[in-house]
Design a protein around this ligand. Structure first.
Ligand code: ADP
Length: 479
């Protein structure tokens, strides 16, 4: 018996196509929700080459003219995941990434993702020719935003909708003149509808039309109602505060497990011998010298969001106190240069790898003592959760999902045996430098340090908890 059927509408999904965290969530949720009794399938654009990867594809929906060409939806499976692929060559069979080619956005992005949403709404209304019709449509980010809008402004449908924000910075802006081409009625172009500062925002469309709104952590849900985080949508979100909630993402416990990770010398909370070996190997791999204090790691995009400039300014005191840093990341050239300069300033104590290297990141989580995440904002964040799993103590800004996944060490939380990391606020170099001093002190107290590692490694950061939260949300919609 299934509790209900859910159509997840996303622009990327592991293992088929990924540019960011949305793909991990879209790919992990169906199995996690299946464990809760939900039949969830993912509708994705049929980007070049994807349909060949579907096992046993069947045409379940067709439209001779979907935004300028013939389209069909293929139902099938990939690695056990039930996928519906929108096969519309005029929109998706082209070189480049999902959103851009050669650094330029595809000029017809509004129509491309409108088509995805149109197909989603059609499936929600009438079902596929295989008889599968969802009870709930779950749309992700601006690419899915028009799906709840097509449900609201079109024929009534017996389906409820959820809109999830993974990153509010991308708002799906299209010119007002595109309204008719996007198949939105004139009546939708109001401040209560899809209109956004004179343009159309497909994210806003989803936020005003969906029955419920979620984002990827409870703290970020609250922050989004403030201008510095909502980036223009704070008013829209505040108006829907009663329908807005935050559900933390999980991590793949099979991929991120110090007991079975093939990249490392395995270890567990009970026997940390392997972690010491991984630390020595990491020091050698990065060409560091002796690090008497905590060996910190950073695995991150190097952008303003991630607070790398703040870290650069706070690093001197940490190094002087015996700390070391191994950083892996890429992004903003100025930040890459700043981190290279830090490595040159403190040879043997600070080392930097510019690039993207998943295997190396595993070795870093295994060998580090602490993982630093000084983000200015962080909807959920993953590296602090990998840190918990690997007993690599997270030192994080108390913002967004970082604030919801790490219990900062204070005299009270240490006495209560609850602390799992170090937190700081506000997000500036003074507070970060203070947090680094507290990290050094904690690390020097061998008994307290061992205890905090034990607690961190016990934190459940898997998908079980989040799946239960989505399950209650869906139940409340169907009640
Ligand atoms: P965001 O999605 O904002 O970049 P998250 O912490 O949610 O931040 O997710 C980032 C993911 O990308 C994590 O899985 C992290 O380990 C990984 N990652 C980031 N930079 C690198 C890198 N240079 N090499 C390997 N993995 C990286």
């Amino acid at each position: 018996m299934t509790r209900g059927r859910v159509l997840s509408v996303a622009s990327e999904c592991v293992p088929l196509i990924k540019t960011g965290g949305l793909a991990d969530v879209a790919g992990a949720l169906p199995a996690a929700m299946a464990a809760e009794g939900w039949d969830m399938r993912v509708l994705l654009p049929g980007y070049r080459g994807l349909s060949a990867r579907l096992v046993a594809p069947v045409v379940i929906w067709q439209d001779p003219d979907l935004f300028g060409g013939a389209a069909r939806v293929l139902g099938g499976a990939v690695d056990g995941l039930r996928v519906l692929l929108l096969d519309a060559p005029h929109l998706f069979d082209r070189p480049g990434g999902p959103y851009s080619a050669d650094g330029k956005d595809h000029p017809d992005n509004p129509e491309r993702f409108a088509a995805l949403c149109w197909a989603a709404a059609a499936l929600a209304r009438g079902g596929g020719s295989d008889g599968w019709r969802p009870d709930i449509l779950h749309a992700h980010d601006w690419q899915g935003g028009l799906a709840p809008a097509y449900l609201r402004y079109g024929e009534p449908a017996p389906v409820r909708s959820v809109m999830t924000i993974h990153n509010v910075a991308f708002q799906g802006i299209a010119p007002a003149a595109a309204r008719a081409a996007l198949r939105l009625p004139a009546a939708a172009f109001t401040s209560e509808g899809v209109e956004y500062y004179g343009n159309i925002s497909t994210l806003k469309a989803g936020l005003v039309c969906a029955d419920r709104i979620t984002t990827v952590s409870p703290t970020y849900a609250e922050e989004l109602m403030r201008p510095e985080f909502g980036l223009g949508l704070e008013g829209v979100l505040a108006a829907r505060a009663a329908d807005l909630s935050g559900i933390l993402n999980g991590v793949d416990m099979a991929v991120w497990s110090p007991e079975t990770d093939p990249e490392i010398v395995p270890y567990s909370a009970r026997d940390l011998t392997g972690k010491a070996v991984n630390r020595a190997r990491l020091i050698a791999e990065f060409g560091l010298g002796e690090v008497p204090g905590p060996l910190a790691i950073v695995v991150s995009r190097l952008t303003g969001q991630k607070g790398i400039d703040i870290l650069d300014r706070a690093l001197g005191g940490f190094v002087a106190a015996g700390g070391g840093l191994a950083l892996l990341g890429s992004g903003d050239p100025a930040l890459e240069a700043a981190m290279r300069a830090a490595a040159a300033r403190w040879p043997g104590r600070v080392a930097v790898r510019i690039g993207y290297d998943e295997a190396l990141s595993h070795r870093m989580f295994a060998g580090g003592d602490a993982v630093l995440v000084p983000s200015r904002f962080e909807p959920c964040g993953l590296t602090q959760m990998y840190g918990l799993r690997y007993g690599t103590i997270p030192l994080v800004a108390a913002t967004g999902g970082l604030n919801d996944s790490v219990v900062g060490a204070t005299p009270a939380s240490l006495a209560a045996r609850a602390a799992t990391g170090v937190t700081f606020h506000p997000v500036d170099e003074i507070a970060l430098a203070g947090a680094l001093r507290r990290l050094v002190a904690l690390h020097a107290d061998r008994k307290a340090w061992k205890a905090i590692i034990g607690r961190a490694m016990k934190v459940d950061v898997g998908w079980g908890g989040p799946a239960k939260a989505y399950s209650s949300l869906y139940e409340s919609l169907l009640a």
